[in-house]
Each structure stands twice: as structure tokens, then as C-alpha cells.
Design a protein around this ligand. Sequence first.
Ligand code: NAI
Length: 319
Amino acid sequence: MTTIQEGQVVIVGSGLIGCSWAMVFASGGYQVKLYDIVQEQVTKALEKIRKQMKELEEIGMLKGTLKAEQQLSLISGCTDLKAAVEGAMYIQECTPENLELKKKIFGQLDLLVGNNVILSSSTSCLLPTKLFTGLKHVKQCIVAHPVNPPYYVPLVELVPHPETDPCTLERTYALMKKIGQSPVKLTKEIDGFVLNRLQYAIISEAWRLAGDGIISPVDLDLVMSDGLGMRYAFMGPLETMHLNAEGLRNYCKRYREGIVRVLKSFGPIPDFAGATEDKIYAAMCKETPDDAEHLNARRQWRDNCLVHLAKLKKEIKSE
Ligand code: NAI
């Protein structure tokens, strides 16, 4: 049963990811201040959140146990950073992926906050050492990288700066669990973090196979969505190894030679340009032309699929 929680969360930047985070924290019962530089943007964001929460409630997919109106009453907008962070226990920065802008914002926050608040960034690929080095409150800083859209895809990568206090990592981990997300801890920063390193490994081989004409781009995507992806929605590659033989050791014994042989046949890193780009672009546009209307319709379909998948996963977990 969700109850109203002590402590206030601040979201800095009310775009796509900021709105989603605001909804996730409110679903966990936290007071949320949604900060942005322009009032018009904040107003639009609050309207978008209201509409989405009402729709989710109607289809029975609202997170948490509080009603939509109760959750909405927890979220307020703000355009004054000093007022926004007053009394905050956790700040989630969600501004555009621009190092100089983010450094400026963390510099401003550093001057405003006390010694107990957590300063967290949603950055997809900027390393904590680039973002936080030199800040007075660096021990309280961490990257909490969500996956779009965080409301349906619960994974959050927690990436510490070398000077991040272990207590900051543990507190962020506990908070993420409390609001129903699925946090993972990296022991140290690495370019691309973990999710994008895995994603890029897949993209890379997909590009080579389609580029070499081994398979069509559309069939390549089917290998993932109707093949590997079926089980990856429930378990990772390492557990897959464990179950696909009589345990992991047996899997390695049986397959290590073949895996190494195949891996050695992988080509060089693609440049993601030229003739292969043209070919894959044409194939993708045949299915979904790249104008806003078609792309948005397909994104809507994707999010709808994610809603159903999230529901299914929840049902399976509670069995
Ligand atoms: P967005 O462009 O939708 O939103 C950015 C928001 O920041 C806008 O509302 C803008 O008005 C606001 N903003 C700009 N300057 C500001 C300032 N000085 N102070 C406060 N707010 C300011 O961007 P999006 O997609 O929400 O991305 C935000 C962050 O989340 C980025 O670091 C991105 O890499 C990360 N992220 C994005 C994902 C995605 O798929 N979109 C997935 C995971 C992380």
C-alpha cells in the first residue's frame, strides 16, 4: 500500500524524461517539484502528466496504489531553482544531454544544497567524472540513468563518481526500489555504462549482417523481437547460458569453442554511414516513414506494447 512519503524530490528539467520521473516518484508517494526554466514549459508538462495519469488510471495501469488525483496533488511546478531545492532530499537532473549545461546546473545546485541531499543525473552517456569533479558536494553525486520510458521500463543504472560516498549509492538504490524501479549498481564508471554497451554490441552485428546482405533489415529485427527478445524480457544472457545447458559450466564446456570461433568471424566496427545506412534507412521507412505523424503513431504502439508487457511481468512476478 503506497502512503505519502516524507521528503521531497526535485526534478530539474520537465521534458520527456523529467515528466516520466515525476510520475514515477509521485506513484511512490513522494512530493515532487518539477523545475524548468520557462513557466510555459512547466505548465505544458503538468498538463501532459495529468492527461497521462488519467489515461493510465482508466486502463488500470497507474503505478502505485494512490489514485491519479492523489498522485497529481503531490506534483507542483516551479521556475525558481532556489525555491525548488529548499527542503529537498533527492534531486534528479533531466536537462538536455549537453556537458556544459549540466555542469553549470550542478554548479548552481552545489551552491544551494546542504550535506544530505542526493544530486543525481539522468545522463545517458556523460561520465560522472566529467559532470561532478570539483563540486563541493561530490560525495552526494551520482548518475541514475533511466531507460525510456522509465514509467514502463524500470531499469535504472546507478553510476558513482570515484568520490561518491557509498552511502549515496545505497540511499539511491533503496529509493529506486521503493518507487518500484529496478536499480543496478556499477562499481565504477565506464563509457556507455552497461545498457548502451550491450545495445551497441547488438546494433553493431545487426548492421554488419544487414549490410553484408546476409539477412534483410526487417528480418534482422524479427530475429530480436520474435527470437532473442522473447526471453530477454524475462531473463538476461548469463542466466540464458545457465538454463540452455545443464548449468553454466556445462554450457561453457559445450559451446565455448563455437562461441569463440563465431566471435572471431565478426567484422570491424561499422561506421554507420554510406550504402548500409541507405539500405537500412529505406527498409525502415517502408515500414514507418520518418515523418512526425508516422513515427509518433509507431511510438504510441511501442508504448502500448510496453504497458502490456509490464502488466504481464507484474502478474508473473506475483504468481
Ligand atoms: P528533453 O529535451 O525532452 O527535456 C529537457 C528539458 O530540460 C526541457 O524541458 C528544457 O526546457 C529543460 N531545460 C533546458 N535547460 C534547462 C535548465 N538550465 N534548467 C532546467 N531545465 C532546463 O530531454 P530528455 O529526452 O527528457 O532528456 C533529458 C536527459 O535524460 C538527458 O540527459 C538524456 O540523455 C537523458 N535520457 C534520455 C532518454 C531518452 O530516451 N530521451 C533516456 C535516458 C536518459
